[in-house]
Ligand binder design. Structure first.
Ligand SMILES: Nc1ncnc2c1ncn2[C@@H]1O[C@H](COP(=O)(O)OP(=O)(O)O)[C@@H](O)[C@H]1O
Ligand SMILES: [Mg+2]
Length: 247
């Protein structure tokens, strides 16, 4: 089901009953599939979600524990910028394995990922360029091709792109690692820049409280740089600008 089919997918994710289904294959952390159930406006709704408990995180040298907060922060950033690129994501303290993020499981065609979408669905290039903007402001250090999902068109809804696995974002030091370099140097849409601009002045509390003070200041700096430059950054001359593995 598409999150657009509910008036308030966030309220659903926040309050539905949770049943743990199992661990996702190939996940680098303990990432679980869960089924969520709740009555919405008198009808039963069942929807799957990706549950990432803090407890399941593999320790990292460059990020403190609590990556689920960054998953939620990227959702909020995507919404603030009006992009709708990150599936609805909440933090819950009452998960079956404790505190963690719950993200709407989108009906993606898992044979597709960034490279195939870029090659085969040219009409989505503007959306991919917007994802590049999101990742620069969010300082995403892990935009692998497979962290870009493709949802085929269904009924009267057009196909769309989703950005998942956003835990490695919002570090204070700028170190974007992404496979999305096709739009480097391209001008950023004026309307999108107008939505970025308020971030230079102030990061809304809901987002700021998920990060530390330095990280919040860094969001403002990166937003400011984009608003000044008005183009997507060039690819740095370093292999470090790519995540590994690529897909
Ligand atoms: N919101 C989602 N909707 C659909 N599939 C998802 C979603 N989030 C994750 N997945 C699937 O689960 C896999 C593992 O999730 P990911 O977020 O990459 O976990 P990890 O942090 O362990 O790498 C992804 O490669 C993708 O196939
Ligand atoms: Mg992953």
């Amino acid at each position: 089901m598409s999150p657009d089919e509910l008036t308030d997918p966030i309220a659903f994710l926040s309050s539905a009953d949770v049943e743990l289904e199992g661990r996702m294959p190939w996940s680098s952390n303990a990432t679980f599939l869960a089924t969520l159930r709740a009555d919405v406006d008198g009808r039963p709704v069942e929807q799957q979600a990706i549950y990432k408990p803090v407890r399941g995180e593999r320790p990292l040298w460059d990020f403190e524990p609590g990556l689920h907060r960054r998953e939620r922060a990227m959702y909020l950033l995507s919404e603030l910028l009006g992009l709708g690129l990150v599936p609805p994501t909440v933090i819950r303290h009452d998960g079956p394995l404790g505190e963690g993020s719950f993200q709407w499981f989108v009906d993606a065609d898992h044979s597709e990922h960034y490279f195939t979408v870029y090659e085969q669905h040219a009409h989505l290039h503007p959306r991919l360029a917007e994802l590049a903007v999101l990742d620069v402001i969010g300082n995403n250090t892990d935009r692998k091709s497979g962290h870009c999902l493709y949802e085929p068109a269904r009924d009267d809804r057009p196909d769309r792109v989703w950005a998942i696995d956003n835990g490695l974002c919002f570090a204070a030091d700028y170190k974007v690692r992404t496979v999305i370099w096709e739009f480097a140097g391209d001008p950023i849409d004026d309307e999108l820049l107008a939505r970025v601009a308020p971030l230079c002045e102030r990061v809304p509390a809901e987002l700021a409280e998920l990060l530390d003070a330095e990280e919040v200041a860094a969001v403002q700096r990166r937003a400011g740089a984009l608003v000044m430059e008005r183009v997507l950054p060039d690819e740095p001359a370093s292999y470090r600008s790519y995540p590994w593995p690529l897909v």
